[in-house]
Design a protein around this ligand. Structure first.
Ligand SMILES: [Zn+2]
Length: 226
């Protein structure tokens, strides 16, 4: 859809009879804007709204296009350190790490899938260890950890004490992971973002401001990596 001269933006329209107002979000996997359209609203009104938001939309989509791609020759971060993807078509062993390389065997069309699976497993190990370590020192104990792929959230904590973390965090630097784990652990005591919650977060980790700033700049690239 053309929202401004020389500016084509992929839009996914989602008509909804239940939505009260027009809302938009970025769909990182489809690299598009997803627009929820309440039934009372005309298409012209919706387009007008998109035009007003065009600066925000193009900024977010450009960041996504710079997202790391899981392809040979590309460099992706693992635990914050750059690793170059090297294809070994005839080797055995799936995916393995050698110094600053991430090596992948097998057919080219499965590379992205194999690296995703490898990173998910790696995330389960790393984030599991880090969560257990912080739970031990803080005395805040989650009932369980789920590693998920959510398109917009890094983590969450349920009232039953379950913590969810995105596997994509395994690409982020250590300080960022430390903060996000501390954030979700703090929700075990405070299910809100009131001042007492932030006080506890700051007791658990010194990285809050740095990590928030890092996520603001680099977060959407990690969410879009594929
Ligand atoms: Zn929170």
């Amino acid at each position: 859809m053309q929202l401004a001269p020389d500016c084509h933006v992929p839009v996914i329209w989602k008509p909804s009879s239940r939505a009260r107002r027009l809302s938009l979000r970025i769909d990182p996997r489809r690299q598009a804007v997803s627009v929820t359209l309440p039934s009372g609203l005309s298409a012209a009104q919706a387009v007008q709204f998109l035009k007003i938001q065009i600066h925000w939309i193009t900024k977010r989509l450009t960041a996504l296009q710079q997202a790391p791609a899981f392809l040979p020759g590309r460099t992706i971060p693992i635990e914050g350190k750059p690793h170059t993807i090297v294809h070994h078509p005839t080797a055995r062993g799936g995916v393995w790490i050698e110094a600053d390389q991430i090596c992948v065997s097998g057919a080219e069309e499965f590379i992205s899938r194999r690296i995703t699976d490898f990173l998910k497993n790696h995330a389960r190990q790393i984030l599991g260890q880090e969560l257990r370590a912080q739970a031990q020192t803080s005395g805040l104990r989650p009932t369980r950890l789920d590693i998920r792929d959510t398109s917009s959230r890094w983590g969450s904590c349920s009232s039953s004490g379950r913590i969810m973390l995105s596997w994509r965090l395994v690409m982020a630097p250590t300080a960022v992971r430390h903060y996000l784990i501390a954030h979700e652990l703090a929700h075990l005591r405070h299910m809100n973002h009131a001042p007492a919650f932030w006080q506890l977060v700051d007791q658990l980790t010194p990285h809050r401001h740095h990590a928030e700033a890092w996520l603001k700049h680099h977060g959407s690239a990690l969410l879009g990596a594929h």
